[in-house]
Design a protein around this ligand. Structure first.
Ligand SMILES: [Zn+2]
Length: 382
């Protein structure tokens, strides 16, 4: 599919060039080219690139050829309906009658940032730059970078939302502390933690270990490197949490996990096969391990350390982006990552506006988490 997309574009782009006019460019054609013919075409491509991609190139130019349905109702019945003041094509949906453009609802809506800067920004995100570093790299403000980041991460969530794992699947949860970074002090559900050696925590002792102050992250990866990395909820993994993601598991799959009761309940609830790693060992009797999920866990830990904490509100976004990065790493040459990340995300609908990002609902219920501290103020946060 990847090649199809590119060769189709190639064909379109070439139609204006006299030298290669009437050439039908497809994979078979490319395979039969001689080295001198390929170098000839390459010069044509370089020329096209210089003409089409400048610092002024807009994101609209990338998405305008890909309008397939109405962003409001998903209908494919729409017609052209004039142009906006910037000479951009408008469409009218025949079903819900709304007017829309190619960028409507995507991460480029109301974004004045050029294609060039979005590309630079995406490259920075692939390299895990901080907001300060992104601001330096793109020349945009930290707030703009913050908004771009969370829209981009949301657009990347499609990969996980559509994934179905099959075959041998490693399943192993991980946990992270609730993090309320970015929450205003007056909205905090608890007093700030006392840090340092002489802390006297009221809760230490009776709430040690995995408790309801921890966020459970369901982690699964199959033999084809499809990944499910989702915030499951508060506290220890349970069959209930796992069953919420049952649609992501193909009925013909084998779950490789430890002997945890909740995972085995999930396995039998869904009539899956299971191979268990005994608590005394690191592999199943047939030698299978959960090393891939371990790798995902340590990457997340490193990321959290590098970012000096990730707020629980935005944790799923970071997981979605991590999964996209993994997928690129497994499937593509490094030099293609930036363009592929752009193409994967450019047409996705973003369900929030920039000014709503800091108010995206938390994926966990703080009332459950901090109920024992004090009651009554949670409605402000959740
Ligand atoms: Zn519609």
């Amino acid at each position: 599919m990847y090649y199809k997309l590119h060769t189709e574009n190639l064909k379109e782009d070439y139609s204006g060039y006299e030298e290669v006019e009437n050439m039908l460019i497809n994979q078979e054609f490319i395979n039969h080219l001689t080295p001198v013919e390929i170098s000839f075409i390459r010069i044509g491509i370089d020329k096209l690139f210089k003409e089409k991609v400048t610092s002024e190139t807009t994101n609209y130019e990338n998405v305008s050829a890909h309008v397939t349905c109405c962003p409001h109702c998903g209908s494919k019945r729409f017609v052209k309906n004039g142009f906006n003041p910037h000479h951009r094509q408008k469409y009218r949906c025949k079903d819900c009658r709304s007017i829309f453009m190619a960028t409507t609802g995507t991460m480029f809506t109301h974004s004045k940032t050029s294609f060039d800067k979005w590309s630079t920004f995406i490259a920075g995100e692939l390299n895990c730059l901080t907001l300060e570093q992104q601001s330096v790299a793109t020349g945009l403000s930290k707030t703009t970078c913050f908004n771009m980041r969370h829209k981009l991460y949301k657009a990347a969530s499609k990969i996980q939302n559509e994934v179905v794992l099959s075959g041998d699947i490693e399943l192993d949860p991980t946990y992270t502390s609730i993090n309320l970074k970015g929450t205003k002090p007056k909205n905090m559900p608890r007093y700030s933690k006392h840090r340092g050696k002489s802390r006297k925590s009221t809760s230490s002792g009776k709430l040690r270990g995995i408790n309801h102050h921890k966020v459970c992250i369901v982690t699964a990866i199959d033999e084809n490197d499809n990944i499910l990395y989702k915030v499951g909820g508060l506290g220890r993994e349970s069959a209930d949490i796992l069953n919420r993601f049952r649609d992501h598991f193909s009925p013909i799959s084998t779950i490789i996990s430890d002997d945890s009761h909740s995972i085995q309940t999930f396995v039998s609830d869904n009539k899956l096969k299971s191979e268990i790693i005994p608590s005394s060992g690191t592999a199943t009797p047939s030698g299978k391990t959960v090393s891939s999920t371990d790798e995902l866990h340590s990457e997340l830990k490193n990321l959290i350390r590098w970012k000096r904490g990730i707020s629980t509100r935005h944790l799923q976004g970071y997981l979605d982006w991590l999964v996209l990065r993994k997928k690129l790493k497994y499937t593509l040459d490094m030099r293609k990552w930036k363009s592929e990340a752009y193409m994967t995300t450019m047409m996705e609908q973003i369900p929030f506006r920039c000014n709503e990002i800091t108010r995206i609902p938390l994926p966990v219920n703080l009332f459950t988490a901090y109920g024992e501290y004090h009651y009554g103020i949670f409605s402000f946060i959740n």
